[in-house]
Structure formats: structure tokens, C-alpha cells
Ligand binder design. Sequence first.
Ligand code: URP
Ligand code: ZN
Ligand code: ZN
Length: 496
Amino acid sequence: MDNFDTVIRNGTVATACETMAADIGIRDGRVVALGQGLPRGRDEIDARGLLVLPGGVDAHCHLDQPMGEGLRMADDFRSGTRSAACGGTTTVIPFAAQQRGQSLRAAVEDYHARAEGKALVDYAFHMIVADPTPAVLNDELPALIEAGYTSFKIYMTYDDLKLDDRQILRLLAVARQHGALAMVHAENADCIAWLTEALESAGHVAPKYHAAARPMAIEREATHRAITLAELVDVPILIVHVSGRDAIDQIRWAHAHGLRIYAETCPQYLFLTAEHLGGGYEGAKCVCSPPPRDRANQRIVWDGLSDGLFTIVSSDHAPFRFDDPQGKKPGGKEVPFQYIPNGIPGLETRLPLLFSEGVRSGRLTLNQFVALTATNPAKLYGLNPRKGTIAIGSDADIAIWDPDKQVTIENRLLHHDVDYTPYEGMRVTGWPVTTLVRGTRVWDGGEVCGRPGFGRFLPCGRPDMARPKVVTPADSGHYMANRPDALGQLAQRHDG
Ligand code: URP
Ligand code: ZN
Ligand code: ZN
């Protein structure tokens, strides 16, 4: 009866709620027993002195996303998920990005083709909606949500992606009606454009001026506006990649007013500052949006992690090679800051950095670490309890950590296809030594043993966390359609 494929024995198991000494019995890719002194399995892993944690869920990363003319992401589903596995992450959620004029379904189908046969770990998709036509709002988006694509990103900046407030309201209404979660990139596009023009005309074009073009005020304004739009529609949203105090203040304000606003931050806002954009063109390596701030803001972000303001920590891995005409040097040239592709790599370093500076230094409990990096992202995107925890019946997605392993981060040790890491030379304590996806080792003893194509696509459920605050008895899961008021009628059809 016991008949385990694998037993992980003698380890300290931690979930978002508990830490316990327990063995884990795995059969057919799932956790089937938690206990002490479990019978032998066909495969035995001795985790004495090690931590046994749910595999990480990296719910914000960009892999093989189609880019503008002449640009290319360095990681596809093969190299990106390889790197994820080596850093203890077992599920990734990158973005199927709609181009203007393209159908949303076509973007999703294209993205499936890009992922097919390549991934080492499991994956779901968010969508990016760049062209919310009536067909998208009325037909495609509801059908895709029903089919398991239950989250989408809205951009308030970037010329080819940004939406105006009315478009955002329409999308939020669809999210409410159909039970999806909207993620918002909150920066004010016009303010950035105006500051960029001013900097350029003064001859300030080096990478460090990227930070000057995107000060915290423009993130603050957009964050508050996104909160207001969500309040009008009565729907929860997630503010992604929150960088510092100003946006955090707005989110605290929203919480104080009873609004269900979730927040994400990323290691770049805990470990980098705007000074990393200095030092000549090398600074392009750390150009991302919003930009990293300063040490005082790092501390404020840490506070938000420890006091529960933030729901999740993601990498926002957006991989461009530095020395590459399709990467940070478009056309082979050192270009003005506004033409540098935005984003930094971080899939493999997300968990070790947060474990070392969060858990080891005492800022976070081990259970908070698990919640922020695995359990909460799985809940937020409708993947729990299958993913993000260690429980009977959940997938045996497990990262076994040596909490004392000292590592100096060097790009040559990482497994992405990017030619740098912004964290070069940083010393961390704690690293995953074995990663299992559905009970199968994909990273073990310093070797990649996962197979491209082993990773499966995960349709997502409608997340409970996306439920609006006001759910009347008449609301039976599909909220907005059932609201017997003008707002409900307004949200039901979008005629352009
Ligand atoms: O700079 C960033 N964050 N690039 C990735 C795209 C995005 O907005 O998340
Ligand atoms: Zn973004
Ligand atoms: Zn991103």
C-alpha cells in the first residue's frame, strides 16, 4: 500500500503556516504521505540538516516574449525554466503578449507554440492585453478566462502597450464579471515622455538618466489612479513590481480604506539602487522599470514584506544580453537610455537572495518566505493547492535547501542564457541543492537533470483572491453580470 516512488526523509519541512520534522512520501508525482518513519521508497532522499520547501512559483517573468523590431529576449522556455529549476522554482508564469491589431487568442496560441516541448518546470500563462477591442472584451477574453488563462496584465506605460483609463476600466469590469485577476504596471506614461524629452534636450542620455526619467512620483500617481479605477469597478487588482515608499504609501492608503489591492515586489528593489545604473553604459544592465531606488527605499520595501503589505515576490525576469545587438546594445550601439530594452534577469537568484537577506538575516520567518514566493502566488493565480505548498494531494514540487551553503553569485554559475547578472559578486547563504517537479529531480547536486518538455502547461482556476469585495447573494461566481445596477449593464457589452 505504501509503495512510494520517492521518500524525502529526515528533513525540516516548512509551508506557509508550519515548520515540522517530517518525511514526505511521493507517488505518481504527488505528495501522498507526511509523517515520521515512513516505509522505504524506491528512491530515497536523505534531507538531514536540510530544509524541505514547496518549489517556488515565479509568477512574473518574461520568456521568449515577441519584442519590437531588432530585439530578442535571451531566454526561451528551455533556458528560462532550466535557470528557474536551479534556483528552486518549479512553476513559472510568463506572459502571452497581444500586439496591437492581433487577436488575443492568436497571441496565446503563438505562446503555446513557443513553449511546446521546451520547459523543464510547469508553467501557466498570464496574458498582456494591449488592444482591448470589443471582440477582445466581449468574446475572446471571457472565453480565454474560462479556458484557464485567468490573469492579465495592463500597462499604463510603454507606447506600444499602454492603455488609457477608459480602456482600463473596461478591462477591470471584464475581470470582475468573469473572475480574473488584473495585474497593473503603474507608471504615468506622459510624465515619463515629458521628462525624457527634457533630459534628452539637455544631453542627458546615459543609462543612469533612466532613473531620472521615472521618479517615484510618477509611480505614485499611477498607483493611486489604478487603485481608484479598481475601486470604481469594485474589483481586486495586483500592483506589480512596486519599487519603494511612494507606491507603498498608496497601497497602505487603499488597505486603510478597505480596498483589496495586492502588491508585488522584486529582488531588484531590495538589492539594487539607482547607483547601479551609473558607471557608464554598464548601467544598462540594471535598466528596468520602475527603476531601483535608494537604500532608504530598500528598507521600506523590506518593511512591507515583513508586515504583510506585499502578497508576492517575483523576479520580473526580463532577459536581454548586454553585449548583443538584439539586447542592451540595440543595433550594436550604445544608445540613449530610452532605447535600452527594459528588464533584468533574476529567475535563478530570486529565492536565494530573498532567503539569505530575508530569512537568514531575520527579517522574514521561513513561513513568510514560503508564503511570499510559493503559496501566495499559487493562490493569487488559481493554482493552489496543487502548487505552492506541501500537502497531501499536492504536486510533489519541492526544493530541498542547504540553509548554510555559502555562494558568491557569479554569472558563470547561473543557467540562464544572459551574459550577466546584476548580482555579480553578492554573497548569499542558502541555496537549493535538489529541485523536484512532480516528484522528478530536475536539479540535483549541482547538475541539471530535468528534461525539456517535461514541464506541463497548467490551466489556472478563477482565483478566490480575485473576488470583489461586494458579492451580493445574486452574484454566483460571475459577478458583474449579476449586478442589478447600471454598472452591471454597462459592463456587459463593450461596443467600442
Ligand atoms: O523593466 C521591466 N520591468 N521590464 C519587463 C517588462 C515589465 O514591465 O514588467
Ligand atoms: Zn511591468
Ligand atoms: Zn515584467
